[in-house]
Design a binder for this molecule. Structure first.
Ligand SMILES: C[S@@+](CC[C@H](N)C(=O)[O-])C[C@H]1O[C@@H](n2cnc3c(N)ncnc32)[C@H](O)[C@@H]1O
Ligand SMILES: [Zn+2]
Length: 275
């Protein structure tokens, strides 16, 4: 799949470990193998996206396999969405450290020839993702300005990340699929009860948010219980969730003292079609 220049939007041509556009804007591959297409002046902070500690915690937690059934459901829906596609251009937008991206690559049937891209604004996340697979193209870039030509994607995944409907629609072919994951009302409810006095209902409505560019095809909920059996596992989960940033170190220590925590996974998956 060809990438576009973040400066002038023309196509980038690859030569060995370099990408260059017709206007001579040039980008070298990072040592780990990813492309950094995030322009310094477009960054809102010096080190945007998830920090190294959150990335490390997410990797450690996901590698223990508690979310594997969720990842399997994502792969099933993605494969169904690509049923009639032989050569599939796929983007995992906000891919994080690449757990779901690399499992999707491994799960796709032989009938599909994938060109798979993982994009995240966090260089810590993308560096970690590079260790998962050399067959996936990893990009540091912004989801607000995806460096792909218009109408190039057959499938885009957005898992637990903020929705930017217009920016996401732009690189997708008309009729292409968007697969999103977002937490249900009971997701990790036991942990949230330990953190918050009052659990607020989420009013997140992706169907409404996406309605201008996408139409819902199918929605399902993945829901099951799992249990963490040590304070170390509990602190790893806490460190990868956004909740931990709202806690004092005393409160964190108190939660992490527990030796066991029974938890609910409750995640919604929505498959949309780009109008
Ligand atoms: C909750 S994490 C989810 C990561 C991964 N999809 C997963 O489920 O393991 C959200 C990710 O979005 C990334 N992110 C935040 N803002 C972004 C943006 N504007 N463009 C691209 N990625 C962004 C963060 O760096 C982080 O890795
Ligand atoms: Zn250029």
């Amino acid at each position: 799949m060809q990438l576009t220049c973040p400066v002038c939007k023309s196509l980038l041509n690859k030569q060995d470990r370099n990408l260059r556009c017709e206007n001579n804007h040039s980008f070298d591959a990072a040592r780990q193998g990813y492309w950094n297409l995030l322009l310094a002046h477009k960054k809102r902070s010096k080190d945007p996206g998830d920090n190294a500690e959150m990335v490390q915690a997410r990797r450690q937690f996901l590698d223990q396999g508690y979310y594997q059934p969720l990842s399997d459901s994502i792969n099933r829906l993605a494969t169904e969405a690509l049923a009639d596609t032989k050569q599939a251009n796929i983007l995992d937008m906000g891919c994080g450290e690449g757990y779901y991206t690399s499992r999707l690559f491994d799960a796709l049937p032989d009938s599909i020839e994938p060109s798979l891209l993982g994009l995240d604004i966090s260089k810590h996340a993308v560096k970690a993702a590079c260790q998962r697979s050399k067959e996936i193209t990893w990009l540091v870039a912004s989801g607000a300005d995806i460096p792909l030509p218009e109408h190039s994607l057959d499938l885009q995944l957005v898992l637990f990340s903020r929705l930017m409907p217009e920016a996401f629609a732009k690189p997708m072919k008309p009729g292409a699929s968007l697969l999103i994951a977002w937490p249900g009302e009971n997701h990790l409810i036991e942990l949230r009860r330990l953190i918050y006095k009052e659990i607020r209902e989420s009013h997140f409505d992706p169907v409404q948010t996406l309605s201008e560019h996408f139409q819902l095809q199918q929605q399902e909920t993945v829901s099951y219980d799992f249990s963490l059996e040590s304070s170390e596992q509990i602190s790893t989960l806490l460190a990868m969730t956004p909740h931990s940033q709202r806690l004092s170190s005393e409160a964190k220590a108190e939660i992490c003292q527990q030796e066991k925590l029974e938890l609910t996974l409750d995640v919604n998956l929505g498959l949309f079609t780009r109008i």
